[in-house]
Design a protein around this ligand. Structure first.
Ligand code: NAI
Length: 494
């Protein structure tokens, strides 16, 4: 039974309705799983982007996520609906999730760090305008601490007597495993006001999740703890990656092997084995943005030492990408001008087509800066997206698609192909930038035979067997592994 029913006995006669504003990587999969697990709840996902909603209603969903198609197909048209009629669905809903973009500000106060809450604010104002009944408004987007207070003010100053309860329910899913994470979350976090109304709202949302999540995994806190926990969790995760990446540089300098070091370190149960793979750097829409946000909040609260501590996580990530590009250029006789470099993988990690903040963007831009010709293959990312990403300014990606500033020209030195063998044919070097499983089992002998010599492989994800590739004849660079003699002779300065 939903807590809402206790609030208003008439509701027991009515189907509970949920509306989610924002049909993106979070809103779409999260709501599809709620619809699947709660057949008696009607779920509408709304968006201002017509193309996104059209795709959600088609056979080719706008995002690639293993298992998502099946969930959507089971519920769509029954209790799951995708629509651009934002106002209608919001006005009819009992619970409104808001999962819109929260980009980093590019102008004005806090530029380059603070979260831009334009989309959030416009959603809140619209909710206040169209509401005719009491609502629970749930922050699903990742927002700065105390955003709920601002949202509350907007809603309550325009409420016309309607009761709005604000909850923070940050999403912890990881792209690539979103459906699995939603089916079996480590925890669900719900923050609310410590008032009777706030507690009832928490209960109502807890009842939704309790359809499939064990209650001991549903954590209820105050609003500010929930908001901060999301930023803290992402900062801790990104910090682990930067820690192991920092070690990878030291491994290369000393002859240690980063995978052996990670394995030994991760065996300590206090540390654990996950998230200890060295790589070309972290990407994705959240880590950098959320840390910048955290840094800004620390600075605003007079905590520069804490701000600087977290800033370093991003600096190491940038250093790792630069270091990778420098290794490539220095190994190839200090220039890649006019040389064909194959890029295998563009998504920020495997099993997603998401390219937001992917390290591939910075690596490709670095190589293009040295006038390389790039031939790019990713099994889930198309040419239009890659050209868009390489032409876009930093932070512009985090706006609804139809509002993203677009460069009118595509980059001529970039060629996107649909096959790893086509990408590597006649190439001087190969860079592996996403850990797609298929890159482990490519016919590297065939690739070697069709490349220019000496043939280089720069493995930014440690997916290849270096010994086998060296036996074929490749010069191999794997992050954090003992260096090939060739690379020892041509040290890269980051
Ligand atoms: P997204 O960009 O895929 O989706 C956001 C959607 O909101 C877009 O389709 C946009 O058109 C729509 N939108 C913006 N303003 C709107 C408005 N006023 N009315 C209706 N629709 C509007 O973003 P994504 O990845 O789903 O992220 C959403 C939030 O969740 C962000 O705050 C993000 O930081 C957070 N988050 C993202 C995770 C991820 O893995 N992508 C994980 C956890 C949190």
């Amino acid at each position: 039974m939903l807590g809402l029913e206790a609030q208003d006995p008439l509701r027991i006669l009515k189907m509970v309705k949920i509306c989610c504003i924002g049909a993106g990587y979070v809103g779409g999969p999260t709501m599809a799983v709620i619809a699947l697990k709660c057949p008696e709840i009607e779920v509408a996902v709304v968006d201002i982007s017509v193309s996104r909603i059209t795709a959600w209603n088609s056979d080719v969903l706008p995002i690639y996520e293993p298992g998502l198609d099946e969930v959507v197909k089971k519920c769509r048209g029954k209790n799951l609906f995708f629509s651009t009629d934002v106002e209608k669905h919001v006005s009819e809903a009992d619970i409104v999730f808001v999962s819109v973009n929260t980009p980093t500000k590019t102008q004005g106060l806090g530029a380059g760090k603070a979260a831009d809450l334009t989309y959030w604010e416009s959603a809140a104002r619209m909710i206040a305008d169209v509401s005719k009944s009491n609502k629970i408004v749930v922050e699903k987007s990742t927002v700065p601490v105390k955003t709920a207070e601002a949202i509350e003010k907007i809603l309550n100053h325009n409420s016309k007597g309607i009761d709005f309860q604000i909850l923070s329910n940050p999403e912890f899913l990881a792209e690539g495993t979103a459906i699995q994470d939603l089916f079996n979350p480590d925890r669900v976090l719900i923050g609310g006001r410590e008032t009777p109304g706030g507690q009832k709202a928490i209960e109502a949302l807890r009842d939704v999740y309790a359809h499939w999540v064990p209650v001991d995994r549903i954590i209820c806190t105050n609003l500010w703890s929930a908001e901060l926990s999301k930023l803290a969790a992402n900062a801790f995760l990104a910090q682990r990656i930067s820690s192991v990446n920092a070690m990878s540089a030291l491994c290369e300098a000393t002859g240690a092997d980063v995978s052996q070091v990670s394995h030994a370190v991760g065996k300590d149960t206090r540390i654990g084995p996950k998230f200890l793979n060295a790589s070309v750097g972290f990407g994705g829409s959240c880590f950098q943005k959320d840390i910048l946000n955290l840094v800004y909040i620390c600075e605003c609260n007079g905590l520069p030492e804490v701000a600087n501590y977290w800033k370093q996580v991003i600096k190491i990530n940038d250093y790792q990408k630069t270091r990778f590009v420098n290794r490539i250029v220095s190994s190839m006789f200090n220039t890649v001008s006019g040389k064909k470099i194959a890029i295998l993988g563009f998504a920020f990690k495997k099993d997603t087509g998401d390219t937001r903040e992917t390290p591939a963007i910075d690596v490709c831009k670095g190589l293009l800066g040295d006038k390389a010709r790039l031939s790019i293959y990713d099994p889930q990312v198309n040419e239009e997206q890659i050209q868009r990403d390489l032409a876009m300014n930093k932070f512009d990606w985090d706006h609804p698609v139809h509002l993203q500033p677009m460069s009118p020209t595509s980059i001529k030195q970039v060629n996107v192909v649909w096959d790893a063998y086509a990408a590597t044919k006649d190439a001087h070097g190969v860079c592996i930038l996403t850990e797609w499983d298929e890159f482990k089992t490519l016919d590297y002998q065939r690739i070697y035979d069709n490349m220019r010599k000496p043939a280089f492989i720069f493995d930014g994800r440690n997916v290849v067997d270096e010994a086998k590739l060296r036996a074929i004849g490749f010069i191999v660079y794997s992050i954090g592994k003992p260096l090939d003699q060739w690379l020892k002779d041509m040290p890269a300065v980051a």
